[in-house]
Design a binder for this molecule. Structure first.
Ligand code: PMP
Length: 359
């Protein structure tokens, strides 16, 4: 018996999401906050963890955590909230609730998980290319794709990963007004961007805003959240598994949000470092670096091969993300996450060496 024939053809055709082994590298590949917790906060947190009844299932509605998230994000009262094991799980929940015939649409290059999850569930996925160089939404192409494909779900990452830019606000509003289906504005990088669609929630029935605590500095917790129209979230909640947010995450995230001054200070430092790294990258010959409203910077190699530069950086102990295999607008492109000042300096120094072949 060929046991592989048991699986759906789309699963057999897929590759698993690959995460690079980062041991012994300066890790600038995954949009993590590079800072740990101050000693006093850590002690206080360990005390809080004692309140975690490990023998019991966690609160299925994570009420305390929802309250803390509502407060810290200033969510409109009339919007509901659903939590996921990372926003990755929310993407999956959204798609699991759709019929098999549904189409999911997203601009490209974009966050790879939109396509990955759609494919794994056998849904039709359509990417719409962004405008080359500016990475703005190609509105005639978007509106045409919406008209012809009638997507049930559109993802707009705001700021976009991996390009780092914020799409035009009016363009997003036009998509919201034209779309027959749900539009998820994915604000994963909101801690670094001075823009949000949260205040627009009361104005659009089909708008959902998705956020995560990952980039704020809590990537290890796996906590994402979705907010919007209660009648939509009521349906999605039926797909969500009852105890998807474990008790350690609930207690830790509530604690961190109540003490978020230190996370916000770290975020502020990351934004300052982002300007310095961008200026330094833009001064280097042979690359184009794109400005970013997130905690990473995309850059394209104009002369050298991105694979060679990536390999040289690795040899020098620096791990960033090689996007060149994705092709198209990302051909010969790399993405670096903003780290601590000394890590950024080490990266810039190693990149200068990689570009000048001094190794
Ligand atoms: N959305 C975007 C745009 C992202 O870049 C990421 C992480 N790379 C996520 C969602 C997923 O975040 P998490 O699952 O850690 O909440």
């Amino acid at each position: 018996m060929n046991t592989l024939s048991l699986f759906r053809p789309e699963i057999l055709a897929m590759s698993a999401y690959h995460v690079a082994d980062a041991s012994n590298f300066i890790k600038l590949d995954a949009m993590e906050n590079p800072y740990g917790w101050p000693e006093d906060i850590q002690q206080d947190w360990l005390e809080h963890l004692k309140n975690c009844p490990m023998n019991r299932y966690p609160d299925p509605e994570a009420k305390d955590l929802c309250k803390a998230l509502r407060q810290s994000n200033a969510l409109p009262e009339q919007s509901s909230l659903m939590l996921g094991n990372g926003s990755d799980e929310i993407i999956q929940i959204l798609m699991m609730a759709l019929p098999n015939s549904a189409t999911v649409l997203a601009p490209e290059p974009g966050f790879v998980m939109y396509k990955q999850v759609a494919q794994s569930l056998g849904l039709r996925y359509q990417g719409v290319p962004l405008l080359a160089n500016s990475f703005d939404l190609d509105m005639p192409a978007m509106l045409e794709a919406i008209r012809t494909l009638q997507p049930s779900l559109i993802f707009l990452a705001y700021p976009n990963n991996p390009t780092g830019n914020l799409f035009d606000t009016q363009a997003i509003k036009d998509i919201l007004a034209t779309s027959p289906g749900l539009v998820v504005v994915d604000e994963a990088y909101s801690p670094f961007a001075d823009a949000s669609f949260i205040d627009e929630l009361p104005n659009y029935q089909n708008l959902l805003v998705m956020r995560t605590v990952s980039k704020l500095g809590l990537a290890g917790l796996r906590l994402g959240y979705l907010t919007g129209n209660p009648s939509i979230l009521e349906q999605l909640n039926k797909v969500r598994l009852p105890y998807n947010i474990n008790c350690l995450t609930q207690i830790t995230a509530s604690f961190a949000l109540q003490n978020q001054h230190f996370l916000l200070a770290q975020t502020e430092t990351i934004c300052q470092q982002r300007s310095l790294v961008l200026t330094a990258l833009q001064a280097l010959p042979g690359i184009t670096a794109y400005s970013s409203a997130a905690n990473f910077i995309l850059f394209k190699l104009l002369i050298k091969s991105a694979d060679d530069v990536f390999a040289s950086l690795k040899k020098q102990g620096i791990l960033i993300k090689n996007l060149s295999h994705q092709g198209g607008m990302l051909s010969n492109s790399l993405r670096v996450t903003i780290g601590k000042p000394e890590e950024n300096q080490a990266f810039l120094k190693a990149l200068t060496i990689a570009l000048t072949d001094q190794l």
